[in-house]
Design a protein around this ligand. Sequence first.
Ligand SMILES: Cc1cc2nc3c(=O)[nH]c(=O)nc-3n(C[C@H](O)[C@H](O)[C@H](O)COP(=O)(O)OP(=O)(O)OC[C@H]3O[C@@H](n4cnc5c(N)ncnc54)[C@H](O)[C@@H]3O)c2cc1C
Length: 386
Amino acid sequence: MTFLTEERRMIQEQAREFTLNEVLPVANKLDPEKGDIPMDLRNKMAELGYFGILIPEEYGGLGLGCSEYCIVAEELSRGWMSVGSIIARGNLLIGSHKMSEEQRKRYLPRMAKGEFLGAFSMSEPNAGSDISNISCRAKKDGDSYLISGNKYWCTFADGADFMIIIARTSEAPPGKRHLGLSMFFVEKKRGELMPGCSGSPIPKIGYFGWKTWELAFDNCRVKAEDMIGEEGQAFYYATAGLETARAHTAARAIGLAQGALDDSIRYAGERRQFDKSISEFQAIRFKIADMATQIEAARQLNYFVCEQIDTGQRCDKEASMAKLFASEMAERVCSEGIQIHGGAGYTTLHSVERHWRDARLTKIFEGTSEIQKRIISDRLLGRGRN
Ligand SMILES: Cc1cc2nc3c(=O)[nH]c(=O)nc-3n(C[C@H](O)[C@H](O)[C@H](O)COP(=O)(O)OP(=O)(O)OC[C@H]3O[C@@H](n4cnc5c(N)ncnc54)[C@H](O)[C@@H]3O)c2cc1C
């Protein structure tokens, strides 16, 4: 069966055209200035339905699958990974499947329209790969909870319309540190942090277009009804949607690597040395061949993972493989892209350096490369004592 059906090809072409016309010019201007993704661009994405690809039609979304979601994310990331990422802030709300019917009716239609986008606050200074070490507390106070503690790496904390916060509501039983965590879905004003929460942006080296925050919660009051699912079960909710999140990250890595390849092919055709286009040198031609081969291998693996997800098959190992392979590939490919550009690649005048900086992040977030290897090896060898 062909993965790229006629319908998917149309979705791909539309997203590609949108990226070339709308995303790339904005990225080339704003990334060097560390500017935020403009509202105008977000509105255009919303019109195309990109924030609701995975949201069921009955709630105003497109009701499509992980395959279409990744096709669009790949194309958008060809231009700017941050734009390929922001669609997750409507579509892929970890835990949204655990929402009550009332919460779904209240939130999903606005998310699908792109007018209600979220931030996800799980990581902490001492809880990154090891999320069971979360120490931020939520203490019951009448019909509210009071959240106190420090969070780290919360992307879009300021720009979001809501925040998903994972906090500890009870002590974990001995040997079961992952229990006792709860998930809260909290509405907030766009453009500011919520009352009881202060913070500052972390000085990062890429993934511009939005800010990533260090946050301090000090008795931040949230309604008890804002809890998603059951108390104490957030670890399971946060890890439940990971296959799709990893396929999405793989798609982003593939997209930006394709962007680096496209730019490198164009540059190699234009740049002349020794009275020739550098694309005539075998050293450059072979680099291009290697880059294209690696991208296609990652893409086909990710297509397979998307199909598995969309047909309801278990694929945690394969999703980790796709995320690992695509992100490691993207950094190598973008680095070769810089090499093909020579000195020009080491400037902010060509987007290949943006792709390289963003590729580096894909090896770190949504589970580091080492954590992916741990998941894969645990499946092959049985659980290790690491
Ligand atoms: C730009 C950016 C944006 C982010 N956005 C968000 C966000 O919006 N929301 C959010 O909640 N989080 C976010 N994160 C956090 C991200 O998910 C974490 O950085 C990531 O999970 C890694 O955690 P850490 O940084 O604490 O690294 P650590 O977990 O401290 O890892 C350090 C090193 O040790 C290795 N390591 C750790 N444990 C093991 C192990 N068991 N076996 C082998 N090696 C191991 C890691 O692979 C890594 O090489 C963001 C991060 C960045 C950089």
